[in-house]
Every structure is written in C-alpha cells, then in structure tokens.
Design a protein around this ligand. Structure first.
Ligand SMILES: C[S@@+](CC[C@H](N)C(=O)[O-])C[C@H]1O[C@@H](n2cnc3c(N)ncnc32)[C@H](O)[C@@H]1O
Length: 346
C-alpha cells in the first residue's frame, strides 16, 4: 500500500502514486473529469457506486476519440449505435445511466447547442449501456493473493476485453477467466471439441445455486434470461443429488468422504474462478482424487457428477486432480495453468 499519495491540486477525489501518474491522468482524462465533478457534483454518483468513476472516464476518453461532431452526423455508424435496444429491465437504472450521459455531454461539450448535446447524450447512453453489459469489474483479489482480498472483493476498476465479451454465459461454463501478469486470460477448464461453443461464467454456476436464483441474478445484473443447458434442463443441485448418489457411493464407508467434499466445495464457492493456490485447502485435493478413483473404479458414466467436482478442483487450482481424472478417461489433459491451454491472451 502506498502511504505517500500525490493528490490532484484541484479536487479532493483523485490521488496518485506518483507525479508521473498524476500528469498522465491529467492529460488523459482527469482534466475534464475534475472540472465535471466540481461542476456537477458527480460524487452523488448516478451509477453503480463502484464503477461510476470508470464509466465517466470511459466516456471522456470515448468523446475525445469519437469527436462529438461525428456523433451528430446521421452516419450509418451513429444510426447503428442508436438502433441498439436499451433492453434494460430496470427503468430506474436506465434513468441513472441517461442522467450520467447527459451530465458528461454537458460537461465535455459546452460548445455544442442544447439540441446537439441532447443528440450526443443518446449516443453516449448507448455506449454506457454497451459498456455496462460487456465490461468486467476488477477487484483487488485478482492481484493480491490473500484470503482477505477475496473476502473484501474491493472493486478497483472496470475493464472491457472486446474478445472476451463475445463469450456467452453458461452456468456450466467450459472456461474460466484468470488474471495473469496484470491482464485477463481465458483458459479451458475441460476439453472443448472443435465447433463447440466456448462459454464463460458471468457468476452463477449450477450445482451450488438453484436455477431460480441463478436466473434472477443474471436478469438483474445482465438483463437476459439464461438458456444454458443446465438452466434449460434444470440440473439438480449437488446437495439435492446427495439422495441420488450412485449406488456404490451409498455404502456407509464412502458417505463421510462425499459429504466432506461437497461441504468443502460449497464453502469454497467464493473463490471459484480464481487461481490462488495459497487459499485452497490442499486436503480437498486428496479427497477429490479419492472420489474420482472411486468413480473410475466403478466405470461410473454419470459424467456431470464427476465433472462438477473436477471443475471445482481445476478452477481452484487443483491441477493434479484434473489430470488424474482426465487421463483416467483417456481425454487430453489441458491444464488451465499451462501455457498450452491459453487460447486467448489480452
Ligand atoms: C457479453 S454479451 C455475449 C455476446 C453476445 N451474445 C454477442 O453476440 O455479442 C452478453 C449478452 O449475450 C446474451 N447471452 C449471453 N449468455 C446468454 C445465455 N446463457 N442465455 C441467453 N442469452 C445470453 C445476452 O443477450 C447478454 O446480454
């Protein structure tokens, strides 16, 4: 943590780690942001409190590269942007985004007439909606491998990864996103056949969360009705399938092992999708391996079950566990932490 921060001389909101950063930010966006904040009191952020600052910066940067006048022309590009449906279910949120767009246009383009600013604000509104729908929050835990960072999940920014944003969500995703050397990396968490759709998880995952809750989260945060396989077929919760455990696992000797794994996997949910070996319980690895061996020994074909555990293992950096399972099934092994499995790096 830097204790000797350099403040902006004109406002109390921006602090920098060095004079160089301060100057870079000033010429990049803060000159306008600073004026705008002072004038329009954006401290009462009209958007998500965690990201209104980054939204404002994105718009300022967009306006400096778009040239506002170009947005006012009736060009096909502007028509295309305006034709994007603002399918935001939440009117209140749309209203806040609209207000932010107007505020930014008023501050950044004072030379325009009120009518022109109104038109420009519509373009900005669409851009903000696209940004909101396609960007990712970045929290401290992506860079600081500590359990405290996971718990607090302090949001430090938002970023747009245009190729990653092309991926649809599945509650049974076949990839995971991790941060490596300060950038987002997408890695396979199971073999993906040629032609198979590459899915990412926007958050909710089957197994530990009922379909109704997953759908509610996706509707509220991303405004769509999820139609992934696990939602379409309403795959059961892992907890509820305890009653449908394969016959061989119902033997009393195996039940404690199974329960322990389920509890551990569910307890570790908050760290899914992150690759911090320091916070995982190495003991679970051993137990998952035992479970997998039991399945393999029985020639068990209920792949969902075993994949669920294996994926949790992989996502939680239990590389070895995944290797054992996949090699036992004769499937190619793709380690999410091996350079070979990186199919996209940004
Ligand atoms: C980040 S974009 C994904 C890429 C987008 N499908 C495209 O063609 O550019 C997110 C949007 O894709 C759609 N989408 C993603 N996952 C979906 C899913 N599981 N079920 C239904 N729609 C989904 C929703 O319209 C959502 O707002």
């Amino acid at each position: 943590m830097c204790l000797n921060l350099e403040p902006c001389p004109d406002c109390p909101w921006a602090l920098y780690c060095s004079d160089e950063c301060r100057k870079g930010a000033w010429s990049g966006y803060h000159q306008l942001e600073c004026r705008m904040r002072r004038k329009y009191d954006l401290l009462k952020a009209p958007c998500d409190p965690d990201s209104s600052g980054s939204w404002t910066r994105i718009m300022i940067k967009a306006l400096s590269t778009l040239t506002p006048a170009a947005c006012l022309e009736n060009s096909p590009r502007v028509a295309e942007i305006l034709s994007l449906l603002p399918d935001v279910y939440d009117d209140e949120k749309l209203e806040r985004i609209r207000k932010l767009a107007k505020t930014i246009c008023a501050a950044c383009c004072e030379e325009l007439s009120a009518e022109q600013r109104e038109q420009l604000a519509k373009v900005c509104e669409r851009i903000l909606l696209v940004f909101q729908r396609n960007s990712y929050t970045i929290d401290e835990s992506h860079f600081v491998p500590s359990i405290d960072a996971f718990r607090s999940r302090e949001v430090i920014g938002r970023a747009m990864y245009p190729t990653v944003a092309l991926m649809n969500h599945s509650c049974d995703a076949n990839t995971t996103r991790v941060y490596h050397l300060g950038t987002q990396v997408v890695r396979a968490i199971r073999p993906i056949k040629k032609g198979e759709q590459i899915f990412s998880s926007y958050g909710p995952e089957y197994g530990g969360m009922p379909k109704s809750r997953r759908q509610a989260i996706l509707r509220k945060k991303f405004y769509f009705e999820c139609d992934c396989d696990s939602c379409d077929d309403d795959w059961p919760l892992i907890g509820s399938t305890m009653g449908q455990v394969p016959e061989f696992l119902r033997q009393p000797i195996h039940i404690p092992l199974l329960k322990e794994i389920v509890q551990n996997v569910i307890a570790n949910k908050t760290i899914q999708g992150r690759c911090y070996s320091k916070v995982v319980d190495k003991d679970i690895l051993e137990k998952c391996r035992k479970l997998q061996n039991l399945f393999v020994a029985q020639g068990e074909s209920r792949v969902n079950w075993i994949y669920f555990f294996t994926e949790k293992c992989i996502v939680n950096n239990f590389d070895l566990s995944a290797k054992i399972w996949l090699s036992a099934k004769g499937e190619p092994y793709l380690s999410p932490f091996n350079e070979d499995s990186i199919f996209a790096v940004y």
